[in-house]
Design a protein around this ligand. Structure first.
Ligand code: MSP
Length: 642
C-alpha cells in the first residue's frame, strides 16, 4: 500500500465544547489535509478525543453520571462540532475504544519487558488540569508553572511505574540537530532544546486505579497515565500492532499539529522518546502553533469569554446576511489568514467583521460580482469564447507563491498570494474599462477581458477550496461549473469553461454596514457592471484602523538602484523610523529634511529594495505633480491624526 500523507491533531479533552482556540488546530489541520487532496496527494487526517483524564471522571461524578456515558455523549458532541465546521477527518479515535486500549497495554508490556519502564516510588507536585507532575523547584508561587494554567497543585506520593525518559536526552538532541525541520517554528524548537539540555527526569506513567483509565497489564490496581495513553493514539489509530498494511501506509506521520502549551514537554520530548523506545520512526514535522486570546485576554472558562466557531459563524450570518455555509467558511478563513501560523493571535468581532468586509465583501466578492455583472450586461449572461487569458502570469505567480506558503506550513502566506491575484483581477477590470470597450464596439478585446476575469475568479475558487470549501463550490456553481472535480493542475487550461452550465450570479458576501447594524441587515443587491458601480463607503471603524501620525523628517537619502525612492529617517515622537518614499522625482532630498509629514504608522512593514519601510508617508497628485501632506501648523512628532 502506498504511503499517505498523514496529518494529526491533538485529541481533545471532552470536558467542554471547543472554543476558537482549540478549534484552531483542527481547522488548520483540515486545511492542510484538503490542500493535499487538491494537489492529488493521498492524505489521511486523524483527530479524536482524549477521554481518560482524571478531571473527566471527576466532572462525570459531579453530575452523578457514569464516566463512560458522560464521555460517549461529549465525544459525539465533538464530532458534531467538527461536522458543522466542515472538518473532513478520515478517522476519529477515542481513547476508550478497545482498538486503542489494547495497543496501549501491549506497548506498556513491551517497554516493561525491555527495561524502558520500571517500578519505583514517586513524590511530586501534581497539576490536575494539566495532568502533569512538577518538581518543587519548577513551581511558580507554589502553583502550576504552565503560564496558561497557574492553578494550585497537590503533593502526591505513590508507588508508580516510570518511563526511562532520562535515557533519551542525548538521542533526542542528536535527532533534532540532524533533522532541522522536525520541530517548528524555530523559536519553539530552541525552547525544546533548552528543556532537554536541563536534563530529563524519568516520568511517572501510572496512577492509582480509581475506576477510570486503562489498567496496567498484570497490575490492575493501577491505571496508565493519561498522557502516555493519549500520545499512543497517533499510532493505535494508524494500525500499530493491529493492521500492518495500514500502519505502513500511514506511519511516520507527516504533520503533527498542536498548541504551544503541549509542544515542548509532551510532543517534542516524551512522544519522540516513546517512539525511539519502540524503535519506530519519528514524525516528519511537529508544529507548535500560538495561542488565541479574545480582545487581548486569555480564553478562560471562569471569565466566560470563550467564543465558539459556531457562535462566530452565526453572528456573522445574522449581521451580514451571508449564508450559514459561507459564514462557517469565513471563520476558517479568518483563523487561517489573520495570524502567522506559529505566533499568537487575538480575536475580536471587530477584526473578524473587518476582514470579512475588506477581503471577502470588497475584494473577492467584488471580483465575482463585477465579472458576472459584465457577462450579464455585455454578453447576455453567456460565457465568452476561450482565449489566451491576460492574467495568466498573475495566476501562475499566485500558484507558485501559494504552494511555497503551504509547503512552508504558512497558510496565511498562501492566502496572501491568492489575494494578490484577486486584487490584480479587480485592477485589471478597472484599467481595461470594459464599458468603454462595449461602447466602442471592440468585441474581441471585451471578450478577452471577460474571459481573463472569469479565469481569475475560477482560479481563486480552486485555490481557496482547502480553506473555504463551501464558498469555493458556490463560486464554481455560479460559473456554471458545478460538480466538477477541483484540480490544481487544471487551474490554467485551454478551455476552463468547456461544457459549462448556466451562469447564475448571486452575491455571496453581503457587506456589513456600520457599527450596530444588526439582524435587520439586508443582503446586498447584485453588483452593477463596473462603470455603474456606486461609490463605496467605509465605516468609521474601518477608518479607525488607520494609525495616522505626524512625523518629522530627520534625513533623506537616495536608495541605490532605485530612481524614485528616498530612504527617510523620521522622528515619530516615541521612536525614529525608516520609511521609504517615492518622492525623488518631485523633491530634492535637502528640501525634505525638517518637514513635517503624515504617516500611516500601522502599515505592515515592507522590504523595498533591501530597506525595510516601517510605514508610509501620504502625498497627493494632480496635473502639476505630487505634493506630500503636511499639517497646516506645527504639530509635535507622533501626534495622532483623526
Ligand atoms: N488532551 C490533550 C492533548 C492530547 S494529544 C495526545 C489536550 N487537549 S485540549 O483539549 O486541552 O487541547 C487541545 C488543543 O487545543 C491543543 O493543541 C491546545 O494547544 C489547543 N488550545 C487550547 N487553547 C488554545 C488557545 N487559546 N489558542 C490556541 N490553541 C489552544 O491538551
Amino acid at each position: 500500500m502506498s504511503k499517505k500523507n498523514y496529518i494529526t491533531t491533538p485529541i481533545y479533552y471532552v470536558n467542554d465544547v471547543p472554543h476558537i482556540g482549540n478549534a484552531y488546530t483542527t481547522i488548520i489541520a483540515d486545511c492542510f489535509s484538503r490542500y493535499n487532496k487538491l494537489m492529488g496527494v493521498p492524505s489521511f487526517f486523524l483527530t479524536g478525543t482524549d477521554e481518560h483524564a482524571t478531571k473527566i471522571a471527576a466532572a462525570a461524578h459531579s453530575k452523578g453520571l457514569d464516566p463512560k456515558d458522560f464521555v460517549d455523549n461529549l465525544s459525539a458532541s465533538f464530532r458534531k462540532v467538527w461536522q458543522d465546521l466542515d472538518i473532513e477527518y478520515d478517522d476519529f479515535i477515542r481513547t476508550t475504544e478497545p482498538r486503542h486500549k489494547d495497543v496501549v497495554q501491549a506497548i506498556f508490556k513491551q517497554l516493561l519487558d525491555q527495561g524502558d519502564i520500571y517500578k519505583g516510588t514517586y513524590k511530586g507536585w501534581y497539576c490536575s488540569p494539566c495532568e502533569t507532575f512538577f518538581l518543587e523547584s519548577e513551581l511558580v508561587d507554589g502553583c502550576c508553572p504552565n503560564p496558561e494554567c497557574r492553578r494550585p497543585v497537590q503533593l502526591v506520593e505513590e508507588e508508580n511505574y516510570y518511563f526511562r525518559l532520562s535515557a533519551y536526552g542525548d538521542k533526542l538532541l542528536a535527532y533534532i540537530r540532524e533533522h532541522p525541520d522536525f520541530l517548528m517554528p524555530e523559536s519553539r524548537k530552541n525552547e525544546v532544546v533548552g528543556f532537554i539540555k536541563q536534563g530529563l527526569k524519568d516520568v511517572s506513567i501510572t496512577r492509582r486505579n480509581t475506576g477510570w483509565g486503562i489498567p496496567v497489564p498484570g497490575d490492575e490496581g493501577m491505571v496508565i497515565y493519561v498522557w502516555f495513553d493519549a500520545l499512543i493514539n497517533y499510532i493505535s489509530a494508524a494500525g500499530y500492532l493491529s493492521d500492518a498494511d495500514r500502519f505502513t501506509s500511514l506511519w511516520p506521520a507527516d504533520l503533527q499539529l498542536m498548541g504551544k502549551d503541549i509542544f515542548v514537554r509532551f510532543h517534542s520530548t516524551f512522544w519522540p522518546a516513546m517512539l525511539m523506545a519502540l524503535n519506530l520512526e519519528l514524525p516528519k514535522h511537529l508544529i507548535g502553533h500560538g495561542f488565541w486570546t479574545i480582545n487581548g485576554e486569555k480564553i478562560s472558562k471562569s471569565k466566560g469569554n470563550a467564543v465558539s466557531p459556531a457562535q462566530m459563524a452565526q453572528e456573522l450570518s445574522e449581521k451580514s446576511g451571508a449564508s450559514p455555509e459561507v459564514s462557517r467558511d469565513v471563520v476558517r478563513y479568518y483563523l487561517a489568514r489573520e495570524t502567522t501560523f506559529g505566533v499568537d493571535g487575538d480575536f475580536s468581532f471587530d477584526t473578524f467583521y473587518g476582514r470579512y468586509n475588506s477581503d471577502l465583501a470588497n475584494d473577492l466578492g467584488n471580483l465575482l460580482n463585477r465579472t458576472l455583472g459584465m457577462l450579464s450586461s455585455y454578453n447576455d449572461g453567456k460565457l465568452p469564447a476561450p482565449c489566451q487569458g491576460e492574467l495568466r502570469k498573475e495566476i501562475c505567480d499566485a500558484q507558485t507563491a501559494y504552494v511555497r506558503g503551504m509547503e512552508a506550513f504558512a497558510p496565511n502566506q498562501a492566502l496572501d498570494a491568492v489575494w494578490t491575484m484577486i486584487n490584480a483581477g479587480n485592477k485589471f477590470i478597472q484599467d481595461k474599462a470594459p464599458w468603454q470597450l462595449k461602447k466602442e464596439g471592440r468585441k474581441e478585446e471585451l471578450g478577452s477581458v471577460m474571459f481573463s476575469a472569469l479565469e481569475t475568479i475560477r482560479a481563486a475558487a480552486i485555490m481557496i477550496s482547502p480553506f473555504m470549501p463551501n464558498t469555493s463550490k458556490e463560486i464554481l456553481k455560479q460559473l456554471g461549473l458545478s460538480g466538477r472535480p477541483l484540480l490544481w493542475d487544471d487551474i490554467i487550461c485551454s478551455d476552463p469553461f468547456e461544457n459549462a452550465g448556466e451562469v447564475k450570479a448571486q452575491p455571496i458576501f453581503p457587506r456589513i454596514g456600520g457599527k450596530g447594524q444588526a439582524k435587520d441587515t439586508k443582503p446586498e443587491k447584485q453588483a452593477p457592471a463596473a462603470e455603474e458601480k456606486k461609490e463605496e463607503y467605509i465605516s468609521i471603524e474601518d477608518f479607525a484602523k488607520l494609525d495616522l501620525r505626524v512625523g518629522k523628517i530627520l534625513s533623506a537619502e537616495r536608495i541605490e538602484g532605485a530612481d524614485k525612492l528616498y530612504k527617510l529617517t523620521v522622528d515619530m515622537g516615541s521612536e525614529t523610523r525608516t520609511i521609504c518614499a517615492g518622492m525623488a522625482p518631485f523633491y530634492e532630498a535637502d528640501y525634505m529634511v525638517g518637514k513635517s509629514i503624515v504617516v500611516i504608522a500601522n502599515l505592515q512593514p515592507r522590504k523595498i529594495r533591501g530597506v525595510v519601510s516601517h510605514g508610509m508617508m501620504l502625498a497627493g497628485e494632480d496635473e502639476n505633480g505630487v505634493k506630500f501632506l503636511s499639517p497646516e501648523a506645527e504639530l509635535a512628532p507622533g501626534s495622532k491624526i483623526r
